[in-house]
Design a binder for this molecule. Structure first.
Ligand code: ECB
Length: 141
């Protein structure tokens, strides 16, 4: 039985988030806003079908996917990159044990993320090139 990520989660800690933004070429002013934000992650899970909503007062990012099925990803409002099917640019989420692992093959090397639950917290590891950012969320209400 895979892990259950569904629910509302609020960001508690963020380690190396600004370095991650920098490696995605996010400008100084946007970085300063982004690192000050409270983020809420809203996850809907139906078997291997997922919806992730990352919400803030500044920008939102929504992603829907099925585990094991490649998909187009356009990181709208984030770094605005295309990670596209039919080119070498593609996103894919798989299970590695109880970890949900996304590889984002595109312009940026070694890009992806991992989600897992540990001690009732939701962990998110965001990777790009040699930068690894770790965010920890706790359940909201
Ligand atoms: C959407 C809230 C953050 C808004 C930050 C605004 C500008 C920063 C520009 C680029 C930042 C790149 C990534 C931001 C980091 C987290 C947002 C969601 C990252 C993501 O891919 O989440 C996955 C895994 O939870 C689901 O889409």
């Amino acid at each position: 039985m895979p892990a259950d990520f569904s629910g509302k989660w609020i960001l508690e800690t963020s380690d190396k988030f600004e370095e991650y933004l920098k490696v995605l070429n996010i400008d100084f002013a946007t970085r300063k806003i982004a690192i000050s934000l409270s983020q809420t992650k809203v996850v809907t899970q139906d078997g291997d079908k997922f919806e992730f909503k990352t919400l803030s007062t500044f920008r939102n990012y929504e992603l829907a996917f099925t585990v094991g099925v490649e998909f187009d990803e356009y990181t709208k409002g984030l770094d605005n990159r295309n990670i596209k099917v039919g080119t070498p640019h593609v996103s894919l989420v798989t299970w590695e044990g109880d970890k949900l692992v996304c590889t984002q093959k595109g312009e940026k090397a070694n890009r992806g993320w991992k989600h897992w639950i540990e001690d009732e917290k939701l962990y998110l590891e965001l990777t790009c090139e040699d930068i690894v950012c770790i965010q920890v969320f706790k359940r909201k209400e």
